[in-house]
Ligand binder design. Structure first.
Ligand code: GAL
Ligand code: ZN
Length: 691
């Protein structure tokens, strides 16, 4: 699919959510003047204005919106026009209370917040289609229109519903997936615990049950719910494609959101946009958020857009810590470094009412006097300087497998040997790679092109299909290095343990058989000793492994009960290597080990002397843009190649050019962007920036 002409903008996108419908008219022009002053070029609106657009069924009021769009166009400001469908109005909900979502325990959630809808509700879908059609017809050729912003954060509050309508859709979905009732019974293995269904009508959505539920039913329900919301998304996308074929369409994602398979969502939209709210109160948040940025740029293998972020504090954490001076810029430019073609905020003007009245905004409650306004002004200037970076790609030689089947199947109530979370393992593996200065992309199995990467890691591949195993084997044979975490190759797509046990279809590739999982108590420890002699304390997970003869044991367990059994193995196959890590390794052991693995795989890797300084490179093939970001509240030093140009200088002391290299002092949360000719088109190459 080619990205239609209104996108990308000629410059970095800068702006945010603007809710003029929540403000008197006098404020509109004042806001637009300030936006012009700042160089705002893109706004999302009207995200939550359904009741103002349609005060009663079929009665549409759009003059106010037309007035605003005209004024924005006159001011040179583009619009990501929201379809407004995330907040069905009270009149609709009260006329059709059956459209309200139902929880697993049977409680129907009432009106009074947002996303008050069951994603399957026919009446809701009808009214969504009507509103979208009306907006597309009325504004499809408005010159301010750059993008369609479909709904808002699907699944944020509601992605699963346990009502009767959803149950009926679930049954239809199951029949499509498994072909017949017999197919469903076979896939779910319903003979266990006497769960055989003799009529498809007997199948329900998994509500609260007396004991553990059937894991295959639970996994199918997760898939169904994601597909069901996707169907809702497609309803709008199809209308927009038909009525406004030239206008790109997006919906705002939420990073590594659990509930929706974003590979499938991204495949049907034109542009990936994402909302990111790293917690300023959590020192590790810049590391964790980088993993989700890797996913965003990989979903379509294209630049993406940070369409929402907080200028300072949010209002939905138990404690909402504001951003330190400079952190607004560091956070925004981190997203740009990782492939976003812009930085936008929620929201332009702080709300005085409603649940978000303590959420920061570009214009806080003190208006232009707010600190966030000053910081956003500085960012605007930086983004203008960074216009040449638009459209360029992030250099990365390492990718992580992100697979929603595994994410969903590893649920705490899935009757597993112990709780093991994909997210926890993924953040841990990523933290190690991030510390090694690596920007990590994401891949989906079996569809992504793995040959672009030197190293592919999988935190855990609990659900593994034959096709996925084949893709990994081809990658390794061709020279790739694969690192697979614990509890992998365990079940097939129907949650059935692979014949012969784990690692199932990965058995050949990894050269091991797992006899038993050996989870450790919370207080339990299992020493792991590497062949280098280094020792570490493994936690939470271990496995009894039987290696085949041609497998190298890289580390073994020391001490009972797994004494001398392999903990980490390596199988050389074709031109590559496949590692299996069965132990729960702490970060301080995982990092140096991955350092060695990546270096052997030819990845340009170095242990950062300062983990607070992040270095990420974007390239357009001719020019490389190297972002150097200090995430610490203290100054930092970095050194780059002597021939580098400084595209964006940090505040404070200008970089000093010496024959030995460019010496850069980064103030707290300071950012520098260097520019240099690309020496190689390969996205693998990274520059030697020392920190
Ligand atoms: C997002 C949402 C916005 C706003 C923001 C506050 O989840 O899309 O509408 O609520 O959070 O952080
Ligand atoms: Zn429902």
């Amino acid at each position: 699919m080619t990205v239609p002409q209104r996108w990308p903008l000629p410059a970095m996108a800068f702006g945010g959510d603007w809710n003029p419908d929540q403000w008197p008219r006098e404020v509109w022009q004042h806001d637009i003047t300030l936006m012009q002053q700042l160089g705002v070029n893109l706004l999302s609106l009207p995200v939550f204005a359904w009741p103002q657009l349609e005060p009663s069924e079929g009665e549409y009021r759009t003059d106010w919106l037309a007035e605003i769009l005209d004024a924005l166009d006159a001011a040179g400001i583009g619009v990501a026009l929201a379809t407004g469908t995330a907040t069905p109005p009270a009149w609709l909900v009260r006329a059709h209370p059956e459209m309200l979502p139902v929880r697993a325990d049977g409680v129907r959630l009432d009106f009074g917040s947002r996303q008050s809808y069951c994603p399957s509700s026919p009446v809701f879908r009808d009214r969504v289609a009507a509103l979208t059609t009306m907006l597309a017809t009325r504004f499809g050729d408005h010159p301010a229109l750059r993008l369609w912003h479909v709904s808002n954060e699907y699944g944020d509050h509601i992605s699963r519903c346990w009502c009767e309508v959803c149950a009926a859709s679930f049954r239809r979905w199951l029949l499509r997936r498994h072909g017949s009732l017999a197919g469903i019974n076979a896939a779910w293995g319903t003979k266990v615990w006497g769960q055989v269904y003799t009529d498809v009508e007997q199948i329900e959505v998994p509500r609260v049950t007396p004991g553990p539920d059937n894991p295959a039913r639970l996994l199918d329900f997760e898939r169904f719910c994601s597909d069901n919301v996707l169907e809702l998304f497609r309803l709008e996308l199809d209308i927009l494609a038909e009525l406004t074929p030239g206008v790109p369409r997006t919906t705002n994602f939420m990073g590594l959101f659990h509930d929706l398979d974003y590979w499938r969502f991204a495949a049907v939209e034109d542009l990936v946009s994402n909302d990111a709210y790293p917690d300023p109160g959590n020192a590790a948040s810049h590391t964790d958020i980088a993993l989700s940025y890797g996913l965003m740029r990989s979903l379509k293998s294209l630049p993406w857009l940070l369409i929402e972020s907080a200028p300072s504090a949010v209002s939905w954490r138990p404690v909402n810590v504001p951003k330190a001076p400079g952190q607004l810029r560091a956070h925004a430019l981190q997203a740009v470094a990782h492939g976003s073609d812009g930085a936008m905020f929620f929201q332009w003007r702080a709300a005085r009412t409603g649940p978000e009245r303590f959420h920061s905004a570009v214009l806080g409650h003190r208006g232009e006097a707010s600190r966030s306004f000053a910081e956003a002004s500085q960012l605007a200037a930086d983004l203008a300087t960074l216009a040449p970076v638009v459209g360029s790609r992030v250099r990365s030689s390492v990718a992580m497998v992100v697979d929603w089947d595994t994410i969903w199947a590893l649920r705490p109530d899935a009757s597993l040997p112990a709780e093991i979370s994909w997210h926890a393992e993924a953040y841990q593996q990523h933290a190690a790679l991030h510390q090694l200065g690596l920007a990590v992309d994401s891949v989906a199995l079996p569809d992504s092109d793995l040959s672009r990467y030197s190293v592919v890691v999988a935190p855990t591949l609990y659900v593994t299909s034959d096709a996925q195993a084949e893709a990994l084997e081809a990658f390794v044979r061709a020279g790739g290095t694969l690192v697979v975490g614990p509890f992998s190759g365990v079940v097939n797509e129907c949650e059935q343990v692979h014949a012969g046990g784990p690692p199932g279809p990965l058995r050949e590739l990894l050269g091991v058989e797992v006899d038993e999982q050996w989870p450790l108590l919370e207080t339990g420890e299992q020493i792991v000793e590497f062949d280098s002699g280094a020792r570490t304390v493994g936690r939470f997970w271990a496995e009894w492994i039987e290696p085949s003869d041609d497998v190298e044991v890289v580390a073994h367990y020391d001490g009972r009960p797994l004494h001398d059994l392999p903990a980490i193995t390596c199988r050389r196959l074709g031109k590559g290597a496949a590692y299996y890590v069965s132990a729960g390794l702490p970060l301080d052991a995982l990092t140096p080990w991955l350092h060695q693995v990546c270096a052997e795989a030819g990845v340009d890797v170095r242990m950062s002397a300062n983990p607070w300084v992040e270095v990420v490179t974007r390239t357009d093939g001719a020019t490389d843009y190297v972002f150097v970001i200090n995430h610490a509240p203290t100054p930092a030093e970095a050194r780059g190649p002597a021939d580098a140009d400084v595209l964006l200088a940090p505040d404070g002391d200008p970089p000093v050019r010496r024959t030995s290299g460019l010496s850069i002092t980064l103030p707290p949360f300071g950012v520098a962007v260097l520019r240099m000719p690309s020496t190689t088109p390969s996205l693998h190459h990274v520059h030697s920036i020392e920190v």
